[in-house]
Design a protein around this ligand. Structure first.
Ligand SMILES: Cc1cc2nc3c(=O)[nH]c(=O)nc-3n(C[C@H](O)[C@H](O)[C@H](O)COP(=O)(O)OP(=O)(O)OC[C@H]3O[C@@H](n4cnc5c(N)ncnc54)[C@H](O)[C@@H]3O)c2cc1C
Ligand code: FES
Length: 277
Protein backbone atom coordinates (compact mmCIF):
# COMPACT_ATOMS: atom_id res chain seq x y z
CA UNK A 1 0.00 0.00 0.00
CA UNK A 2 1.38 3.43 -0.95
CA UNK A 3 1.54 5.84 1.98
CA UNK A 4 1.65 9.57 1.34
CA UNK A 5 4.32 10.84 3.74
CA UNK A 6 2.56 14.22 3.94
CA UNK A 7 -0.52 12.68 5.58
CA UNK A 8 -0.37 12.49 9.35
CA UNK A 9 0.00 8.94 10.65
CA UNK A 10 -1.27 8.33 14.16
CA UNK A 11 1.09 6.13 16.17
CA UNK A 12 1.01 4.72 19.69
CA UNK A 13 3.90 5.31 22.04
CA UNK A 14 5.06 1.74 22.77
CA UNK A 15 7.92 2.47 25.14
CA UNK A 16 9.71 5.40 26.78
CA UNK A 17 13.38 5.54 27.76
CA UNK A 18 14.48 8.08 30.37
CA UNK A 19 17.86 9.28 29.02
CA UNK A 20 18.42 12.10 31.55
CA UNK A 21 16.04 13.96 33.90
CA UNK A 22 15.09 16.25 31.00
CA UNK A 23 15.50 14.00 27.94
CA UNK A 24 13.32 11.05 26.93
CA UNK A 25 13.19 8.74 23.94
CA UNK A 26 9.70 7.74 22.75
CA UNK A 27 9.47 4.55 20.70
CA UNK A 28 6.66 3.82 18.24
CA UNK A 29 5.91 1.47 15.37
CA UNK A 30 6.19 3.04 11.92
CA UNK A 31 7.78 1.37 8.91
CA UNK A 32 8.58 4.60 7.03
CA UNK A 33 10.39 6.13 10.01
CA UNK A 34 12.20 2.87 10.75
CA UNK A 35 13.74 3.18 7.26
CA UNK A 36 14.59 6.90 7.57
CA UNK A 37 18.05 8.00 6.43
CA UNK A 38 20.40 9.52 9.03
CA UNK A 39 19.66 13.23 9.31
CA UNK A 40 16.01 13.05 8.25
CA UNK A 41 13.32 14.47 10.49
CA UNK A 42 9.63 14.02 11.26
CA UNK A 43 6.98 16.65 11.84
CA UNK A 44 5.51 15.44 15.13
CA UNK A 45 1.98 16.50 16.07
CA UNK A 46 1.25 16.64 19.76
CA UNK A 47 -2.55 16.58 19.86
CA UNK A 48 -4.13 19.87 20.98
CA UNK A 49 -0.68 21.39 21.53
CA UNK A 50 1.47 21.89 18.40
CA UNK A 51 3.63 20.29 15.75
CA UNK A 52 7.42 20.15 16.14
CA UNK A 53 10.22 19.03 13.79
CA UNK A 54 12.25 16.22 15.41
CA UNK A 55 15.10 14.07 14.11
CA UNK A 56 14.39 10.37 13.65
CA UNK A 57 16.11 8.28 16.30
CA UNK A 58 16.89 4.59 15.94
CA UNK A 59 15.00 1.83 17.73
CA UNK A 60 16.27 -1.73 18.25
CA UNK A 61 12.79 -3.08 17.57
CA UNK A 62 12.04 -4.08 13.98
CA UNK A 63 9.63 -1.74 12.11
CA UNK A 64 9.96 0.75 14.99
CA UNK A 65 11.59 4.16 15.24
CA UNK A 66 11.93 6.76 17.96
CA UNK A 67 12.15 10.45 18.75
CA UNK A 68 14.28 11.91 21.53
CA UNK A 69 12.89 15.03 23.14
CA UNK A 70 14.44 17.56 25.48
CA UNK A 71 11.91 19.13 27.85
CA UNK A 72 11.93 22.88 27.24
CA UNK A 73 8.95 25.04 26.32
CA UNK A 74 5.28 24.35 25.75
CA UNK A 75 5.38 21.78 22.92
CA UNK A 76 8.46 19.84 23.95
CA UNK A 77 7.25 19.56 27.56
CA UNK A 78 3.86 18.25 26.42
CA UNK A 79 5.65 15.62 24.34
CA UNK A 80 8.09 14.80 27.15
CA UNK A 81 5.11 14.18 29.47
CA UNK A 82 3.42 11.68 27.14
CA UNK A 83 2.85 8.20 28.59
CA UNK A 84 3.12 4.73 27.07
CA UNK A 85 -0.10 3.99 25.16
CA UNK A 86 -0.82 7.62 24.29
CA UNK A 87 -0.83 8.76 20.67
CA UNK A 88 1.07 11.29 18.57
CA UNK A 89 0.86 12.12 14.87
CA UNK A 90 3.81 12.05 12.48
CA UNK A 91 4.51 13.22 8.92
CA UNK A 92 7.68 12.49 6.98
CA UNK A 93 10.49 11.50 7.13
CA UNK A 94 11.58 14.71 5.45
CA UNK A 95 14.76 16.38 4.27
CA UNK A 96 17.99 15.12 2.77
CA UNK A 97 20.48 13.09 4.79
CA UNK A 98 24.13 12.58 5.69
CA UNK A 99 26.12 10.90 2.92
CA UNK A 100 29.02 8.46 2.95
CA UNK A 101 31.95 8.92 0.57
CA UNK A 102 32.98 5.94 -1.60
CA UNK A 103 35.91 4.04 -0.06
CA UNK A 104 35.60 6.02 3.14
CA UNK A 105 37.90 4.71 5.88
CA UNK A 106 37.55 7.03 8.82
CA UNK A 107 34.82 9.38 9.99
CA UNK A 108 34.44 11.82 12.82
CA UNK A 109 31.00 12.45 14.30
CA UNK A 110 30.66 15.42 16.64
CA UNK A 111 27.55 16.74 18.32
CA UNK A 112 25.90 18.03 21.41
CA UNK A 113 22.51 17.87 23.09
CA UNK A 114 19.68 16.51 20.98
CA UNK A 115 21.91 17.15 17.96
CA UNK A 116 23.27 13.70 18.80
CA UNK A 117 20.04 12.08 17.57
CA UNK A 118 20.73 12.12 13.79
CA UNK A 119 24.37 11.20 14.47
CA UNK A 120 23.19 8.02 16.25
CA UNK A 121 21.40 6.87 13.13
CA UNK A 122 24.54 7.72 11.17
CA UNK A 123 26.63 5.64 13.62
CA UNK A 124 24.61 2.54 12.69
CA UNK A 125 25.46 3.20 9.03
CA UNK A 126 29.17 3.52 9.87
CA UNK A 127 28.89 0.15 11.56
CA UNK A 128 27.09 -1.37 8.57
CA UNK A 129 29.74 -0.08 6.12
CA UNK A 130 32.66 -0.95 8.41
CA UNK A 131 33.91 2.65 8.62
CA UNK A 132 36.12 3.38 11.63
CA UNK A 133 34.64 6.25 13.58
CA UNK A 134 35.42 8.64 16.38
CA UNK A 135 32.28 10.00 18.02
CA UNK A 136 32.69 13.15 20.15
CA UNK A 137 29.70 13.92 22.37
CA UNK A 138 29.47 17.24 24.19
CA UNK A 139 27.36 17.96 27.25
CA UNK A 140 27.26 20.68 29.89
CA UNK A 141 27.67 18.28 32.84
CA UNK A 142 27.50 14.62 33.88
CA UNK A 143 23.70 14.65 34.39
CA UNK A 144 23.25 15.72 30.77
CA UNK A 145 25.33 12.94 29.23
CA UNK A 146 23.28 10.44 27.23
CA UNK A 147 23.67 7.96 24.33
CA UNK A 148 27.28 7.06 25.29
CA UNK A 149 26.54 3.34 25.80
CA UNK A 150 24.29 3.17 22.75
CA UNK A 151 26.95 4.81 20.56
CA UNK A 152 29.52 2.18 21.62
CA UNK A 153 26.95 -0.53 20.88
CA UNK A 154 25.95 0.92 17.50
CA UNK A 155 29.63 1.08 16.44
CA UNK A 156 30.59 -2.31 17.88
CA UNK A 157 31.71 -3.95 14.60
CA UNK A 158 34.21 -1.20 13.76
CA UNK A 159 37.33 0.21 15.31
CA UNK A 160 35.81 3.13 17.15
CA UNK A 161 36.19 5.65 19.94
CA UNK A 162 33.41 7.43 21.81
CA UNK A 163 34.69 10.55 23.57
CA UNK A 164 32.48 12.43 26.01
CA UNK A 165 33.27 16.02 26.98
CA UNK A 166 31.57 18.09 29.67
CA UNK A 167 31.89 21.85 30.05
CA UNK A 168 32.37 21.55 33.84
CA UNK A 169 34.59 18.46 33.72
CA UNK A 170 32.17 16.39 35.87
CA UNK A 171 32.46 13.50 33.37
CA UNK A 172 34.82 12.62 30.51
CA UNK A 173 37.12 15.34 29.20
CA UNK A 174 36.75 18.83 30.61
CA UNK A 175 35.94 21.39 27.96
CA UNK A 176 33.82 21.64 24.85
CA UNK A 177 33.44 19.08 22.09
CA UNK A 178 35.27 21.46 19.75
CA UNK A 179 38.27 21.67 22.14
CA UNK A 180 38.62 17.91 21.70
CA UNK A 181 38.14 18.21 17.95
CA UNK A 182 40.94 20.80 17.79
CA UNK A 183 43.31 18.23 19.32
CA UNK A 184 42.34 15.11 17.40
CA UNK A 185 41.99 16.69 13.97
CA UNK A 186 45.70 17.60 14.18
CA UNK A 187 46.70 14.01 15.01
CA UNK A 188 44.41 11.87 12.86
CA UNK A 189 43.28 11.96 9.27
CA UNK A 190 39.51 11.80 8.75
CA UNK A 191 37.70 11.53 5.43
CA UNK A 192 34.71 13.50 6.64
CA UNK A 193 33.43 15.27 9.74
CA UNK A 194 29.69 15.03 10.49
CA UNK A 195 28.11 17.45 12.93
CA UNK A 196 24.79 18.37 14.51
CA UNK A 197 24.10 20.46 17.58
CA UNK A 198 24.24 24.10 18.67
CA UNK A 199 24.98 26.22 15.61
CA UNK A 200 27.96 28.03 17.13
CA UNK A 201 29.51 24.63 17.87
CA UNK A 202 28.93 23.57 14.26
CA UNK A 203 30.46 26.81 13.03
CA UNK A 204 33.64 26.03 14.98
CA UNK A 205 33.60 22.46 13.65
CA UNK A 206 33.31 23.83 10.12
CA UNK A 207 36.18 26.29 10.70
CA UNK A 208 38.47 23.57 12.12
CA UNK A 209 37.63 21.06 9.39
CA UNK A 210 38.25 23.72 6.73
CA UNK A 211 41.62 24.58 8.30
CA UNK A 212 42.67 20.92 7.96
CA UNK A 213 40.97 20.49 4.55
CA UNK A 214 38.54 17.84 5.78
CA UNK A 215 35.12 17.62 4.17
CA UNK A 216 32.13 18.45 6.42
CA UNK A 217 28.42 17.76 6.59
CA UNK A 218 26.33 19.70 9.12
CA UNK A 219 22.66 19.25 9.95
CA UNK A 220 21.03 22.64 10.66
CA UNK A 221 18.01 23.47 12.81
CA UNK A 222 15.63 26.28 11.93
CA UNK A 223 12.10 27.27 12.92
CA UNK A 224 9.80 25.06 10.83
CA UNK A 225 6.09 25.29 10.20
CA UNK A 226 5.26 23.24 7.10
CA UNK A 227 8.41 21.08 6.88
CA UNK A 228 7.86 20.65 3.14
CA UNK A 229 9.22 23.78 1.45
CA UNK A 230 6.05 25.89 1.26
CA UNK A 231 6.05 28.50 4.04
CA UNK A 232 9.67 29.73 3.91
CA UNK A 233 9.98 29.95 7.71
CA UNK A 234 13.10 27.75 7.80
CA UNK A 235 15.18 29.75 5.31
CA UNK A 236 18.89 30.43 5.78
CA UNK A 237 19.44 33.06 3.13
CA UNK A 238 18.20 31.44 -0.09
CA UNK A 239 18.18 27.88 1.23
CA UNK A 240 15.19 26.13 2.78
CA UNK A 241 16.50 23.94 5.58
CA UNK A 242 13.46 21.59 5.54
CA UNK A 243 13.77 20.83 1.82
CA UNK A 244 17.32 21.55 0.66
CA UNK A 245 18.70 20.42 4.05
CA UNK A 246 18.80 19.80 6.84
CA UNK A 247 22.26 18.53 5.88
CA UNK A 248 24.63 20.94 4.12
CA UNK A 249 28.18 20.34 2.95
CA UNK A 250 31.21 22.62 3.20
CA UNK A 251 30.48 24.29 -0.15
CA UNK A 252 26.93 25.21 0.96
CA UNK A 253 28.11 26.32 4.40
CA UNK A 254 30.80 28.58 2.94
CA UNK A 255 28.15 30.44 0.93
CA UNK A 256 25.66 30.72 3.80
CA UNK A 257 26.35 34.14 5.27
CA UNK A 258 23.68 33.51 7.97
CA UNK A 259 25.22 30.21 9.17
CA UNK A 260 26.23 30.62 12.81
CA UNK A 261 25.04 34.24 12.82
CA UNK A 262 21.33 34.70 12.15
CA UNK A 263 18.21 32.84 13.26
CA UNK A 264 14.58 33.65 12.37
CA UNK A 265 11.86 33.34 15.00
CA UNK A 266 8.30 32.18 14.31
CA UNK A 267 7.33 35.58 12.91
CA UNK A 268 10.29 35.51 10.53
CA UNK A 269 12.12 38.26 12.46
CA UNK A 270 15.90 37.86 12.36
CA UNK A 271 17.98 37.70 15.51
CA UNK A 272 21.65 37.07 16.17
CA UNK A 273 22.72 33.66 17.44
CA UNK A 274 24.31 34.32 20.82
CA UNK A 275 27.04 32.38 22.60
CA UNK A 276 25.89 32.03 26.22
CA UNK A 277 29.03 30.15 27.30
C1 LIG B 1 15.21 19.46 11.87
C2 LIG B 1 15.03 19.60 13.35
C3 LIG B 1 15.27 18.52 14.16
C4 LIG B 1 15.11 18.63 15.55
N1 LIG B 1 15.35 17.54 16.31
C5 LIG B 1 15.15 17.61 17.65
C6 LIG B 1 15.32 16.46 18.45
O1 LIG B 1 15.68 15.37 17.99
N2 LIG B 1 15.06 16.59 19.80
C7 LIG B 1 14.67 17.80 20.36
O2 LIG B 1 14.45 17.86 21.59
N3 LIG B 1 14.52 18.90 19.60
C8 LIG B 1 14.73 18.84 18.26
N4 LIG B 1 14.50 19.95 17.49
C9 LIG B 1 14.03 21.18 18.15
C10 LIG B 1 12.49 21.10 18.33
O3 LIG B 1 11.82 21.10 17.11
C11 LIG B 1 11.93 22.30 19.11
O4 LIG B 1 12.43 23.47 18.60
C12 LIG B 1 12.32 22.22 20.56
O5 LIG B 1 11.87 20.99 21.07
C13 LIG B 1 11.69 23.37 21.34
O6 LIG B 1 10.29 23.20 21.37
P1 LIG B 1 9.44 23.95 22.48
O7 LIG B 1 8.03 23.56 22.34
O8 LIG B 1 10.09 23.72 23.79
O9 LIG B 1 9.60 25.43 21.98
P2 LIG B 1 9.37 26.82 22.71
O10 LIG B 1 9.72 26.84 24.15
O11 LIG B 1 8.01 27.28 22.34
O12 LIG B 1 10.49 27.64 21.97
C14 LIG B 1 11.84 27.43 22.32
C15 LIG B 1 12.67 27.41 21.08
O13 LIG B 1 12.26 26.36 20.20
C16 LIG B 1 12.06 26.85 18.92
N5 LIG B 1 10.91 26.18 18.25
C17 LIG B 1 9.63 26.11 18.70
N6 LIG B 1 8.86 25.52 17.78
C18 LIG B 1 9.65 25.22 16.73
C19 LIG B 1 9.43 24.66 15.45
N7 LIG B 1 8.23 24.30 15.01
N8 LIG B 1 10.51 24.52 14.63
C20 LIG B 1 11.74 24.85 15.02
N9 LIG B 1 12.01 25.44 16.20
C21 LIG B 1 10.97 25.63 17.04
C22 LIG B 1 11.76 28.34 19.08
O14 LIG B 1 12.21 29.08 17.95
C23 LIG B 1 12.57 28.70 20.29
O15 LIG B 1 13.88 29.09 19.96
C24 LIG B 1 14.70 19.87 16.11
C25 LIG B 1 14.46 20.98 15.27
C26 LIG B 1 14.63 20.86 13.91
C27 LIG B 1 14.39 22.04 13.04
S1 FES C 1 9.36 24.84 7.15
FE1 FES C 1 8.08 25.68 5.63
S2 FES C 1 9.50 25.99 3.98
FE2 FES C 1 10.66 24.96 5.46
Amino acid sequence: MHINIDHIRIVNIDNIIEETPSIRTLIFRDKLSSNAHPGQFLMVWIPRVEELPLSVMISDKKMHAAITIRKGGFGSTALFNKKVGEIIGIRGPYGNHFTIIKNMKKALLIGGGTGLVPLMRLATKMNEFGINSTFVMGARSKTEVFFEKQANRFLKNTKHKVIVTTDDGSYGFKGSATDTLATIIKEEKFDRVYTCGPELMMKKVFALASEYSVSVEASLERYMKCGIGICGSCCVGEQLVCKEGTVFNEKDLRLMTEFGRIYRDKTGRKSHIVDYN
